[in-house]
Design a protein around this ligand. Structure first.
Ligand code: SF4
Length: 309
């Protein structure tokens, strides 16, 4: 069986599979660890494995390589890219920095290494509010994702300038106000959980707003049997697996990230067999991006393994 071959190669090569919560169910089930962007970064930073197979989109694999310059990071499908991450280029960053020279640049983890290299801080959807609220600045530049920018502004009371102003995740934009209203009618007993990449109008109708892992924890801790999940549909697999007695429904079946689904078990097997595609990040860019990540981990109280070496 494919899974057995993969497990055999993982042991033989001292490798691990880290998979994002939006991956296909069979990929999640074969992974050593599944999580949101922050959890996967921490796992990548702390693993003792020599090879990391990253089942996620391009910026996630890049980030694992930035945090593990001495390890081999394999991305099973080069074409698995995040359309949101590509909306904020280093040139756009430079333009807004010139316009707002005093504002710190907070970059969403969903961005490329070359953009992270220019950042003061790098945040995830689960860490953004905690980090921005600690900054000694009332105005910050944030990108890409105008919806997460407005969420951070709502939660911190600070002025958050989205760069570029219209950046958004095309998958979360499919979760509309109409979807949420229809779900509320269909499942009146359910709690509605949505991701901060959803629009402010959608967030206003939700019972809970959080990252994918925060949603999973919410299902575990809330005293309710039914949930409507307002994020990419891949998260339903994890929720149903962890809490089989609870019922979880998608806010819309349209919220599918085709890029996340490009990674299959066949491609993971090929990645292990042929050791491809090896993720490499220019050293200078990686060093600068790592510094921004380290500053952010410090604000979160996350232990950085190499700081003790
Ligand atoms: S769901 Fe959106 S932000 Fe996440 S990888 Fe897909 S396009 Fe990028």
């Amino acid at each position: 069986m494919l899974e057995d071959e993969i497990k055999y190669l993982l042991r033989k090569k001292n490798a691990v599979i880290l998979a994002h919560n939006y991956q296909r169910p069979e990929v999640q089930d074969t992974a050593d660890f599944t999580g949101d962007s922050l959890e996967l970064s921490i796992k990548a930073m702390k693993t003792e494995a020599e090879v990391i197979v990253f089942a996620g989109v391009d910026f996630m694999a890049e980030q694992a390589a930035i945090l593990n310059p001495e390890k081999k990071v394999l991305h099973p499908e080069k074409e698995s890219t995040c359309p949101l991450a590509h909306q904020l280029t280093p040139e756009i960053v430079d333009y807004y920095r010139r316009k707002h020279p005093k504002a710190p640049l907070v970059v969403y983890v969903n961005s490329l290494a070359s953009t992270k290299a220019k950042a003061n801080y790098v945040v995830t959807s689960s860490s953004a509010v905690k980090i921005v609220s600690q900054l000694d600045a009332e105005t910050v530049l944030f990108g890409p994702d105008r919806n997460l920018a407005s969420y951070i502004a709502e939660q911190t009371g600070k002025t958050v300038i989205p760069i570029p102003p219209d950046s958004h995740c095309p998958v979360h934009m499919k979760i509309t106000v109409d979807c949420i209203k229809a779900a509320r009618e269909k499942y009146p007993q359910a709690k509605i959980l949505v991701h901060p990449e959803c629009t402010p109008e959608v967030r206003k109708l939700a019972d809970f707003i959080g990252s994918t892992s925060q949603m999973v924890k919410a299902v575990g801790s809330l005293n309710t049997e039914e949930y409507v999940i307002g994020t990419e549909v891949g998260l339903l697999h994890k929720i149903r697996k962890e809490y089989p007695s609870k019922k979880a429904y998608p806010a819309t079946l349209e919220a599918v990230c085709e890029d996340m689904k490009k990674i299959t078990l066949e491609k993971i097997l090929r990645a292990l067999l042929e050791e491809k595609y090896v993720v490499s990040v220019d050293r200078k860019i990686a060093d600068k991006a790592r510094s921004a990540l380290e500053r952010s981990f410090e604000l979160l109280g996350v232990e950085i393994p190499w700081s003790k070496r």
